[in-house]
Design a protein around this ligand. Structure first.
Ligand code: GLN
Length: 442
């Protein structure tokens, strides 16, 4: 918590207003940031021991843009180590509890960012989403979670997990807040060569434009998937019926690629992670082994063995394996091919439809400890979210529903690349018409 600093920032902003200075778009808005975003002179660790004491020398572009518009940053928020996980149980600081029920997980990897908004500690927060880390915890916590198009928000100053998937995302209570934060952090940045030069629409003002009828594709295999909780399936089926009655064109389309998505995602992201995380060697960043006698190459091995947690090690090993000669073609190349096929298929879908609709997660928030010993079960829970990252499209989780077990759950909407405005307008409509869940006062 950056308490003293936050209060003095608030005093400064009050002073600015009194002196008649034009207020920024986020004047006085209290925002938290995931512990993977660099904020100059504030320790950032990716919730890993290996980055203990690491003080970044510069601001991430997204952070810089928030500050420029008058946001007050109240703290770095806990997450899974290096953003790897779906439950926020892989953190050197311990797990994040769901504020609705402390025995349940918050979701991951941006669990702290989700709970901070859920519990009203801040008005919005930033997370990162490589395969669902904003949308999935948003679903588990009953808040909105948006992952923008790949390239919409600069990744400069975001600690990398899998660079061709990573994107900074936003948690909010309302679409208006989410849209405004997106507007502020989006746009080209010369320091990230993958950031896009596409113009940034006035997302917040654009929400007022009249909403049309949407052409909505529902992925049949997603709704019929055996891992989907039956009550979530029933409620979503009823909801889809209501969308039809409201005059939208809703069609169930076959999407037989669904079962290839999670394997392709975990091959490609672990490969990228094994390369990205090779920089943590005890020389350039963070901690080094306590063994003063250790020499190269033992020095690297010991530093990394002591500094990384179990899940991160698992992924570095897996990623190194899928990139090794003899296995590269069988795993990495095949997964790249799956990614290409998915991209082509997605283009065809968006020739006919404006929106793709799926569940966000197959279940509501699960109990802490339930999946942590079974990584495959944990990975399979990412079934619906990793698709948007594989093909680079924006996705949002909207907290519309209430399960009979007492927990919220969401629906995921996706549009074609750079169609966030349409995604946000659609989201507004859904929230106004169909939201049957409100977070109780916590
Ligand atoms: N749960 C996914 C993973 O562990 C997504 C993580 C993320 O989006 N950062 O890779």
């Amino acid at each position: 918590m950056y308490e003293a600093e936050a209060f003095s920032a608030a005093d400064r902003l009050d002073e600015d207003r009194r002196s008649g200075r034009q207020p920024g778009k986020l004047h006085g808005v209290v925002i938290g940031i995931k512990d993977v975003l660099c904020y100059k002179d504030h320790l950032v660790t990716a919730s890993s021991k290996i980055l203990e004491g690491f003080n970044p020398l510069y601001n991430a572009t997204a952070v810089e843009r928030l500050l420029k518009e008058g946001a007050i940053l109240i703290g770095h928020l806990n997450c899974d180590e290096f953003a790897m996980g779906s439950s926020n149980e892989n953190s050197v600081y311990g797990r994040v509890k769901n504020a609705l029920d402390p025995d349940l997980v918050a979701g991951g990897s941006s669990g702290g960012s989700a709970v901070a908004v859920q519990a009203g500690l801040c008005m919005a927060s930033l997370g990162s989403d490589t395969g669902g880390s904003v949308r999935q915890p948003a679903d588990f916590c009953g808040v909105i979670g948006l992952k923008p198009t790949y390239g919409r928000v600069s990744r400069y100053g975001l600690i990398a997990y899998a660079s061709s998937f990573d994107q900074i995302g936003i948690f909010g209570r309302t679409i208006a807040d989410t849209a405004l934060v997106l507007e502020v952090i989006s746009g080209f940045d010369g320091r990230d060569s993958t950031s896009s030069r596409q113009p940034v629409p006035a997302f917040a003002a654009g929400l007022k434009d009249p909403v049309s009828r949407y052409r909505i594709a529902v992925l049949k295999e997603a709704l019929q998937h055996p891992s989907l909780d039956p009550e979530i399936r029933d409620q979503l089926t009823g909801f889809i019926g209501e969308l039809k009655n409201a005059g939208h064109l809703v069609e169930e389309i076959s999407f037989d690629l669904l079962d290839f998505i999670v394997p392709a995602y975990y091959i490609l992201t672990t490969a990228e992670a094994s390369s990205n995380l090779s920089r943590f060697d005890g020389v350039r960043y963070g901690i080094r082994t306590g063994d003063k006698e250790a020499r190269y190459p033992d020095f690297y091995r010991k530093t990394r063995s002591e500094g990384f947690g179990k899940e991160v090690k698992r992924r570095i090993l897996l990623g190194t394996f899928v990139l090794s000669s003899g296995y590269y073609e069988a795993y990495f190349t095949r997964a790249q091919q799956v990614r290409k096929i998915l991209t082509d298929r997605t283009r065809l879908i968006f020739n006919q439809f404006d929106i793709i609709l799926t569940p966000t997660v197959p279940t509501t928030a699960f109990r802490a400890g339930d999946k942590i010993t079974d990584p495959v079960a944990m990975y399979l829970a990412d079934l619906y979210t990793v698709y948007a990252n594989l093909v680079g499209i924006p996705g949002i989780s909207l907290p519309l529903f209430h399960h009979s077990n007492g927990m919220p759950f969401g629906v995921q909407a996706m549009t074609n690349q750079f169609q966030e405005l349409s995604l946000l307008q659609f989201s507004c409509e859904l929230i106004q018409q169909y939201k049957s869940y409100e977070i109780p006062t916590l």
